[in-house]
Design a protein around this ligand. Structure first.
Ligand code: ZN
Length: 151
């Protein structure tokens, strides 16, 4: 395979949110088509990145610093909307993570993991960042179990 066409997730491909400086997650045109309201869609073309920072109002951005805001999306997004599902494929709320953390037994998360392995899981198509949500959900779970001291 020609090396030039292999996109490797190395330092050079990192792109940072122009608003908050977080590292973006690259998304494709299909993800943008699905989530950006039509009147704002043309601002970004085929290639964009998603800012996952909960403190930032930017949703997608590109190399040139062009942005689409969270408020310009078709959908609501956690944590900007605390009631929004964390999973794009199956409804899964932050309350469910808290319940699992309270009982110190991630039964609901395990069930979601099982679902995430089925053909009904279409993260790359449905998720706001094109990624499976399990990593993010586990991160929240472990953070609830082991809260870090405020900085
Ligand atoms: Zn940002």
């Amino acid at each position: 395979m020609n090396k030039a066409f292999v996109r490797e997730p190395d330092q050079e491909t990192r792109v940072f949110c122009p608003q908050c400086g977080s590292v973006g997650t690259q998304v494709g045109a299909a993800t943008l088509d699905r989530h950006v309201r039509p009147e704002f869609r043309m601002r970004l073309r085929q290639e964009a990145w998603y800012c996952g920072s909960g403190n930032c109002t930017t949703a997608y951005f590109n190399h040139l610093g062009v942005t689409v805001l969270i408020s310009e999306l078709q959908t609501t997004v956690f944590p900007h909307d605390p009631a929004a599902s964390l999973c794009a494929c199956f409804p899964f709320s932050f309350d469910q993570i808290m319940a699992d953390a309270d009982s110190r037994s991630p039964l609901q998360i395990r069930e979601l993991y099982r679902l995430s392995q089925t053909p009904e899981a279409r993260c790359s198509e449905l998720a706001i960042d094109g990624q499976c949500c399990m990593k993010e959900i586990q991160r929240h779970y472990f953070r609830l179990l082991n809260p870090s001291p405020p900085m």
